[in-house]
Design a protein around this ligand. Structure first.
Ligand code: XIL
Length: 344
C-alpha cells in the first residue's frame, strides 16, 4: 500500500510541492508524490511576495501549474497562504514615501489580494490557509503590520473576504507550535471569536515542524481542544528534524568553524543508529496519535518530500544536513514508510 491508501479511511496524506516539481524538472520527486500522496499544498508559489510581488502585478504561472497538477492527479488542493506577516512584500504596508499606510488602505489592499487570488481559483481549491501565524508574544497577539495597522479584526476580515471570493472553499487558520499551552489558548481565542460571530472557518492547521522532543501529550490535548469545537484539525507542515534546535542567539549565517559544525550540524555523514531509531519511532507515535483521533483529523501534510529539498536544511540556521522527511537524499523511501503503512 501507499501512504495515502494506508490512511484513506482516516485522513488524506499530502505534501508541499516546490516550483522545481511544478516546472517539470524534478521527475523523481514528482513520481513519489503521485504514488504516495492524495493531497497537495503550494510550498511557496502562492505566497504574496511571489503571487503579487508588485501592487497590481500578479504572477500566476507557478500557481496555475500547481492547481493544474492537483486536478490532473485528482488530488485535494490546498492554497497557502493569504495573510501572513512573512514573505509579504513591503508595498502592502507602506506608502510612496515609506510611511505606514492607513488602516483603510491596508484593508483595501488585503481585499484586492484575496479577491484576486481566491477568485482566480474559485471552485478549484479545496481549502485555503487564510491567516498564517497570527500568534506570538506573551499575550498571543503577533504585532505584525496587519495587526498594528488594522487591529485584531484583520483576521475576521480576511476570513470574510475569502468566503466571499469562493463560498465553497474551506477556510483554515494555520500556526506553529500549537501544542504549547499558551499558543493553544491563543489559537482557541482566535477560532472561538470567528465561530461566535458566525464567520466561516472550517479548520485549524498545526504546522508540526517538530523535533525529537515533541511533547505528544500536549499535541493530543490540542487536537482534542480544537476538534471538540467542531473544527477539522489538520497537520499541515509535518517534518521531524533530527538536529538540535539552536538557541535564539545563533545567527542564520553558515559557519565552517569546527566546533560550530559539531554542535549544530553534527550528522553531515548520516544519522547514528540510536537517533535514527528514535526519529522513526517518533513518526510512528505521531501517526498512531493522528489515527487515534481520526474523527478530528482530516489531513496530514508533509512539508516537502525528501531530505534534499527540505527547508529544514536552512532553518533556523543555514547550510545544515537534516533528515526530516520520509524520503532520503537518493529519493529512496526510508524504512519508516513501511512501518507507517503497516499501522493501518
Ligand atoms: C518555508 C518554505 O518551505 C521555504 O522554502 C521558504 O524559504 C520559507 O518558507 N511556516 C510556513 C511555511 O507557513 O510557509 C514556511 O515555508 C515554513 C514555516
Amino acid at each position: 500500500k501507499t501512504l495515502s491508501e494506508a490512511f484513506s479511511d482516516d485522513y488524506t496524506v499530502g505534501a508541499a510541492l516546490n516550483v522545481q516539481l511544478l516546472q517539470g524538472i524534478n521527475k523523481k520527486t514528482d513520481s513519489i508524490v503521485r504514488k504516495h500522496y492524495n493531497s497537495i499544498v503550494a510550498e511557496n508559489c502562492m505566497k504574496s511576495m511571489f503571487i503579487q510581488p508588485v501592487e497590481g502585478e500578479f504572477a500566476w504561472v507557478d500557481a496555475d501549474r500547481f492547481v493544474d497538477y492537483g486536478e490532473k492527479n485528482n488530488m485535494e488542493i490546498v492554497g497557502h497562504t493569504l495573510v501572513w506577516h512573512a514573505m509579504a512584500p513591503d508595498w502592502f504596508f507602506v506608502d510612496s514615501v515609506g510611511n505606514d499606510v492607513s488602516r483603510d488602505v491596508l484593508i483595501q489592499r488585503m481585499k484586492t489580494h484575496i479577491e484576486a487570488v481566491v477568485g482566480r481559483y474559485k471552485g478549484r481549491i479545496h481549502g485555503w490557509d487564510v491567516v498564517n501565524e497570527a500568534i506570538d508574544g506573551p499575550d498571543g497577539v503577533r504585532q505584525s503590520k496587519w495587526q498594528t495597522i488594522i487591529g485584531d479584526d484583520y483576521i475576521e476580515m480576511a476570513f470574510k473576504m475569502a468566503h466571499e471570493a469562493d463560498p465553497d472553499a474551506e477556510l483554515y487558520y494555520n500556526d506553529y507550535s500549537m501544542y504549547e499551552p499558551k499558543r493553544r489558548e491563543a489559537g482557541l481565542r482566535i477560532v472561538k471569536n470567528l465561530l461566535a460571530k458566525g464567520i466561516r472557518i472550517d479548520g485549524v492547521g498545526f504546522q508540526a515542524h517538530y523535533g525529537l522532543d515533541v511533547p505528544l501529550v500536549e499535541v493530543e490535548k490540542s487536537i482534542v481542544a480544537f476538534g471538540e469545537l467542531g473544527l477539522k484539525v489538520m497537520i499541515t507542515e509535518l517534518d521531524l528534524s533530527a538536529l538540535p534546535f539552536p538557541s535564539e542567539e545563533v545567527t542564520a549565517e553558515v559557519s565552517t568553524d569546527v566546533a560550530y559544525q559539531e554542535k549544530f550540524n553534527p550528522y553531515k555523514e548520516g544519522l547514528p543508529t540510536d537517533i535514527k531509531n528514535r526519529w522513526s519511532q517518533t513518526y510512528i507515535d505521531l501517526f498512531k496519535l493522528f489515527t487515534k483521533h481520526s474523527k478530528y483529523i482530516s489531513r496530514v501534510t508533509f512539508w516537502g518530500v525528501n531530505d534534499t529539498e527540505s527547508w529544514k536544511n536552512d532553518w533556523p540556521i543555514k547550510g545544515r544536513t537534516d533528515y526530516p522527511l520520509l524520503f532520503d537524499r537518493a529519493y529512496k523511501e526510508k524504512s519508516v514508510v513501511q512501518s507507517l503503512v503497516q499501522l493501518s
